[in-house]
Structure formats: C-alpha cells, structure tokens
Design a protein around this ligand. Structure first.
Ligand code: NAD
Length: 731
C-alpha cells in the first residue's frame, strides 16, 4: 500500500499539490487521508484536496467505496478559527460536503479521537460513519457564539432527530461513541486497528451492494420538538446560556431542518452569518484567543526547555495548600504537603479525602483513581523534606514576617535553579523574594478558591523574578490545565485590584447612596455576572475581604468610605453564610439570601455619618457605575504595566471573577461601548462623585484617538513581533 501526492495519483495536472490530503487504494476501497497536524483543521488546503480527490476517485472504475480517514489521534477538530474573521475561501466546507453527498459510490468516515464542529459536519455528510472506541463527537460552536454553519443544524437532526440535535448543539458538549451509536449518529463502533476495521466495514458495503446514502436525502424526525420540550432543553442549560442570543438562532435552524434540505440549508447559512456577525460571537472568539495568548510571554521562545515537574512541595496545609495539593495530584504529580502543625496535616487529609470522595460520588473519577491520587500526596511536619522537590509552593498564613522566614528557609533547602512560588494574595512578592538569597527564582502563584477546581492562575512577577521562572510557572499552569495570566507585583495584582478599587468598592458606595444589597446583586446578575458582589462577599466571608484589605493597606492606603459597610459587617460578626448573617440573613444554615432590615438600618447610619443623602437609584445606574468603575481601574492596571494586554484582563475577569464571557470581559466590553462614550461617562461620575472616579489617562487618550483597547493590544503585539524579528536578524 502506498501514499502518493494527489497530483501523482491522478497522473495529470490536477492543480492541487496537497501535502495534507493524500490517496491510496486497498482492493476496491479508495482511502482519502487527511493529515494536517496538530488537529486536522479543515483549512483551505485540506478542503481543496478533498474536492479534487473526491471528483477524481469517483471516476476510477476500480474503486467501489471511498473511506475518509485522518492521521494522528483525532479525526478533526473542525474549521480553522482564523478563517471566521473573513470570507471562507472556495471550496468551502459546504462544497466539500456537496462533493461527498453527490459521489456515485458510498463514502465512509472513520472517526478516531475527536470529531468536532466542521470535523463532525464533514463526517455527517459522509454516507456512513464508523467510530473508534473512545471517539467523541460534538458541535461546540455555541461556545463561540455561532451556530454550526456547514450543515450541522440540518444533518444532525436528520441523523438523530430534531430534539436530540437541539440538545446536543445547545449543550456544546461532545458525546461518546456508544451514545453516538445508540442515537444513530454512527453506524458502527470498532475497537483495535481502525483502518482494518473500517476497511472491513467498507468491504461489507461492497458485498451487500450498498449504494450511496446521502444524509441530505433523509427526512428529519421532528416528533417531540414542541415549545415545552424546547423550553425544557433551554432550562437544562440555563446557567451557560444566560443572556445569550445564539440559542434562539439554533432553535430556528433546527426547526428549518424539517423543510426540504436546500431550503433548510439556506436558512442555516443566513442564521450562521448572523451569528458570526453578532457581538456575542466576537466577544466569545476574543476570549478564546485571549486565553490562548495569555500564556505567551515576551522574550521567551515557545521552544525553551522546561524543567520536569515530577514532585511538588506545598508548604502550609490549610484551605489553599490542600486544594493546591489536589490540583497537582490530579495532574499526576507527586506531592509532599508540609505543615508545622500535626492537627493541620490531619485536617488537610480529611479535606482531601472528602474532596476525592465527592468526585467519586459524582461519578467524575473512579475509586481506584481517587485512591491512587490520595496515595500520591504525602505529608510531613519537617520542612527539610521539601529538598527533593522540583517546585515549591508556599501557602502559610498571610503574614509578611512568617512568609519571609519560611521562604528564606526554603531557599536554603532547595537547589538554586528551582522555582519557589508564594500563594500570597496581598503581600509584595518582591519583598518576599528579597528575603531569600535568590530572589530571581521567587514569584507569586495566586490560586483561587477552590484551588483544584478554579480555572484562573495569576502568576505574579516580582521586580527580581527571572523570565525563566515565569516561563516555568506558565508551564506549570498548563500541567494543571489552568488559564494563566502574568501580573506585575502591585496592590491586589490584576484581579483583586480591579475588584477592590473598582467593582466591589462602587457596589459598597451604591449601598451608601440608596441601593439595597438585593438591588445591586440582582442588577449585576441580570447584566450577566454569575453572582452579585454582596452575595459573593457573604459566600467567601466578609472577614476574608476585611483581612485582605488590612494587609493591602500596608502597601497603599485608601480613603473613606472604602468598604465601610463590608468592614463594619465584619466587626459586627456578620461574616456571611458561615455565621448565618452578612449582607443578608440565612436561615437554618441555608444558602438562600434573605434581605435584612438591620443591614439597611446600618447602611443608613453609615451614610448619615458621612452626610450622604440616600435616594432611589436605577438598576441601569447600578450596572453602569459598577462596570465603568471596573473598566476605569482596568485601564490604570494596564497603563501601569501590571497587566500586559487588555485581553489578559478580560481573561482574569471571565475565568476568575464571573464576568459574563459572552460580553468578552470588561475591556472588550468597553470597546463595544466605544471609548469616547466610556470616557464621557467616567468624567461625568468623576464630577459627581469625586476621588475614586479619577479617569484613567489611558482611556482619555485612547478615546481622543478614537482607538480601542483591542487596537492597543494589536499595535503592541506587532511592535513586539518587529522587535523580535530585528533581534533575530541581529543574531
Ligand atoms: P490557612 O489558615 O487555611 O492555612 C495556613 C496553614 O499554614 C495552616 O495549616 C498553618 O498551620 C500553616 N503554617 C503556618 N505557619 C507555618 C510554618 N511556619 N510552616 C508550615 N506551615 C505553617 O490559610 P489559607 O486560607 O490556606 O491561605 C494560605 C495562603 O493562601 C495565604 O497566603 C493566603 O493569603 C493565600 N490565599 C488564600 C485564599 C483564600 O481565599 N483562602 C485565596 C488565595 C490565596
């Protein structure tokens, strides 16, 4: 068996010199191979190769069946996202599918690993599908704010029924091969050698005299697709689809699948274009690329080698230390947890055991895996036991002197080339690093609660931290499957600074001026935040915020009325859910936040003491002020160089602070509002409310230039590329 470039195979100038699609024969089966690493994206070259081969192979009398396969460990992850910003080059995926469906002989897809988006749409246009054990098939387009636009909304209902198709497209999650077989999405599931098994399937088709079976010729089973079942599917995904516009387009497209195929596909194309042009889709694609780029670091090549991280030491076995230990054990690393209190180690063991028990109970992992991971975490009361570790993370109490002492001991115990990270959320990483003899290897790894499950990891670069140490931390984030963002070392880093100086502070201020906790929370939840600020404070504990602020005031102070309400609640022991009272009341240990008149009385008193006349405030004003305050501080964080890119800030806020992803993060959202408008409104609030509304100079400047944060990022990236190029030339 041989693989030849297309032009050779056909023995004539076929006009395609494709390296990514090739052809060979096995008896009466013609094999079309896609080989476009790393994910077999269906880019223009692949599509052109496929069309050419399909047309040529159909004319070859020796060939009775065509088998489409892909190299590597996945069939295809779909289209090349970069193409979504412009027009798809001809041939489009729809044209490839038309060539498949009109082929005079059966076309079979053999699917291994993932068949996602355009990958599954291609497979669905094939006449038959064979899936390998472990394959996953899905249409995740909704996560990018678009509808499957290459026949997905028309062919999936024809294969599995309209209601199931709706559920699958709205969930965005792939299904496994067995479920796909049960639903009728694949014809056969095979184990062992996929090529051999798929060839056997093809030969059976030939023996049975099976002809082409184009999906487009099938009728959609639409029974059960009524308004109440649609509402039920929407309810099942209410959390992820909150405030989204794409689901309505999906529903319209699925309903159109009962029409003749050509009509349905025309409707799908129009809806797909509408979804692509939507702000929602621009925002979600922005975040998709921002998350990918947030791990890129100026001055560090992608190829730079990274130390192997096999064994990790975590010092301080409290809430954070225990979570961090789980995170590394889940990533298959050995962990040693060190604490100077036996009781803490015992409690930590219980926390970790309870976490794994719950994962097993929820069916997330098997008991043996949980046991194996537990066994990978050892405990010690002796700090010197960290010496063999490839990475050390310090998570002791938030106390500068204590942390300095611990870090300086660690520095003596661990070889100088290894990274030492601190999980501090408020202290100066630079100052902590200088307590060691090797400040260049010290950085912050700011995990969020719960450390094993939260998506964001802020990597804090102190003034002396070496680039290589940051690169190692970025590599560690990848091991942990977290989204990293590099932050400068300043008050609150990126996320907490914006939360404290911008968002939550303004929420506290709005309460003083007349809003209630319920109004503020509801308005912001309506805007799209996962949870309003006061509910968040009550959940995490008002004392946690108060303590963090007290630490931060050692770096910089903040004038009254900075968090006067939240801090007074802490003083009164109203710590939130854990004490049954905070901004709200909680009855019987429950989580339902009930308005509390005592809190309103307290707020009225605090407002009167400051001469603030409370008045009615509209929900629109609540949202505008909280979000603009967030944007304004975000611009300062960017201008001060604490964040490198506006897109990094968007990643921090969408992955760590519940900002609605479909609005693209605060800085992207500011761009969609238009910076001249943002600047006007901030100036207006500055005049009305003073100090905390000082407009960020960057906003004023970008607004005057009629520019945007996105443009600033782009200019910065191209300046960086030019600098890299000229450095390479100079080398
Ligand atoms: P915690 O109080 O739950 O745990 C701290 C642990 O450190 C305790 O078990 C204590 O026995 C141990 N410890 C104290 N001194 C020690 C020493 N000399 N040697 C070894 N162990 C020692 O605290 P936590 O909430 O897990 O916070 C730990 C760190 O993580 C702090 O720096 C905190 O600011 C940071 N952080 C906390 C959160 C949060 O929400 N809890 C979030 C992000 C970061």
């Amino acid at each position: 068996m041989h693989t030849l470039p297309i032009s050779f195979m056909m023995g004539e100038a076929v006009g395609v010199q494709s390296k990514v699609v090739s052809f060979d024969e096995a008896g009466s089966v013609g094999l079309i191979h896609i080989d476009n690493p790393p994910v077999n994206a269906l880019n223009h070259e692949v599509r052109a190769g496929l069309v050419e081969l399909l047309s040529q192979a159909g004319k070859n009398p020796r060939i009775k069946v065509l088998l489409v396969m892909a190299a590597g460990n996945m069939f295809s992850a779909g289209a090349d996202l970069k193409e979504f910003d412009g027009l798809f080059k001809v041939p489009t995926l729809q044209q490839v599918q038309a060539a498949v469906e009109t082929a005079p002989i059966p076309v079979v897809a053999a699917i291994q690993g993932l068949a996602l988006g355009g990958g599954l749409e291609l497979a669905m246009a094939c006449h038959y599908r064979v899936a390998h054990k472990g394959a996953k098939l899905g249409l995740p387009e909704i996560t990018l704010g678009i509808i499957p636009g290459a026949g997905g909304t028309q062919r999936l209902p024809r294969l599995i029924g309209a209601l199931r198709a709706l559920e699958m497209i709205l969930s965005g999650s792939p299904i496994g091969e067995l479920e796909a077989k049960t639903k009728g999405l694949v014809d056969e599931v095979v184990d062992g050698n996929l090529r051999e098994q798929a060839l056997a399937f093809c030969e059976r088709l030939v023996r049975d005299g099976a002809g082409p079976r184009p999906t487009c010729k099938r009728a959609t089973a639409a029974d059960g697709l009524d308004e109440s079942s649609i509402a039920q599917v929407l309810r099942a995904h209410a959390r992820t689809l909150k405030g989204r516009t794409t689901p309505a387009l999906v529903i319209e497209a699925i309903k159109a699948s009962t029409l003749p195929f050509s009509e349905g596909i025309a409707i799908e194309t129009a809806l797909a274009q509408k979804s692509l042009a939507s702000r929602e889709s621009q925002a979600l694609r922005h975040i998709f690329f921002a998350e990918r780029d947030s791990s890129k670091l100026d001055g560090i090549s992608k190829r730079a080698g990274q130390p192997e991280i096999k064994r990790v030491a975590v010092v301080g076995a409290g809430t954070m230390g225990s979570g961090i230990a789980i995170a590394f054990a889940d990533a298959g690393r050995k962990v040693i947890l060190v604490d100077n209190a036996d009781a803490a180690l015992a409690r930590s063991r219980e926390i970790i055991r309870a976490s794994y028990d719950s994962s097993v109970k929820r069916g997330r992992i098997a008991q043996e895996i949980a046991d194996e991971r537990m066994a990978g975490i050892s405990a010690s009361i002796t700090l010197a036991d960290v010496a063999e570790s490839d990475l050390v993370i310090e998570a002791v109490f938030e106390d500068m002197d204590l942390k300095k002492e611990v870090l300086s001991s660690l520095d003596r115990l661990v070889p100088a080339e290894r990274v030492i990270a601190t999980n501090t959320s408020t202290l100066s990483v630079t100052e902590l690093g200088r307590a060691t003899a090797h400040p260049s290897r010290v950085l912050g790894m700011h995990f969020f609660v719960p450390a094993h499950a939260s998506k964001l990891l802020e990597i804090v670069r102190g003034q002396d931290t070496a680039l290589e140490a940051v690169a190692t931390a970025l590599h560690v984030a990848k091991l942990l499957r977290k989204v990293p963002v590099v932050s400068g070392d300043a008050f609150g880093f990126i996320g907490n600074r914006m939360m404290l100086d911008g968002y939550f502070r303004e929420a506290d201020q709005l309460l003083l001026e007349g809003a209630s906790p319920l109004q503020v929370d509801t308005a912001l939840e309506q805007f799209g935040f996962a949870m309003g600020p006061q509910r968040v404070s009550d959940l995490g504990g008002n004392d946690v915020g108060t303590k963090a602020r007290l630490q931060l005031y050692k770096r910089e102070s903040r004038p009254d009325p900075y968090f006067v309400i939240a801090d007074r609640l802490t003083e009164l022991g109203r710590l939130g859910q854990k004490t049954g009272r905070g901004f709200y009341r909680y009855e019987g240990g429950g989580r339902e936040a009930l308005p509390d008149s005592e809190v309103i009385t307290l707020i009225e008193r605090l407002a009167a003491e400051r001469g603030i006349a409370r008045h009615q405030i509209s929900d629109d004003e609540v949202v505008e002020r909280c979000v603009l305050a967030l944007i304004n501080v975000g611009a300062m964080v960017l201008d001060e160089g604490i964040a490198t890119r506006a897109a990094d800030i968007d990643v921090v806020w969408t992955s760590g602070y519940g900002f609605p992803r479909h609005l693209g993060g605060p800085m992207f959202y500011a761009d969609t509002l238009g910076l001249p408008h943002v600047a006007d409104r901030i100036r207006y609030y500055h005049e009305r409310l003073g100090h905390y509304w000082r407009p960020a100079e960057l906003i004023l400047w970008l607004a005057a230039e009629n520019s945007s944060f996105e443009q600033r990022d782009r200019q910065r990236n191209s300046a960086r590329k030019t600098a890299l190029l000229s450095n390479t030339r100079a080398d």
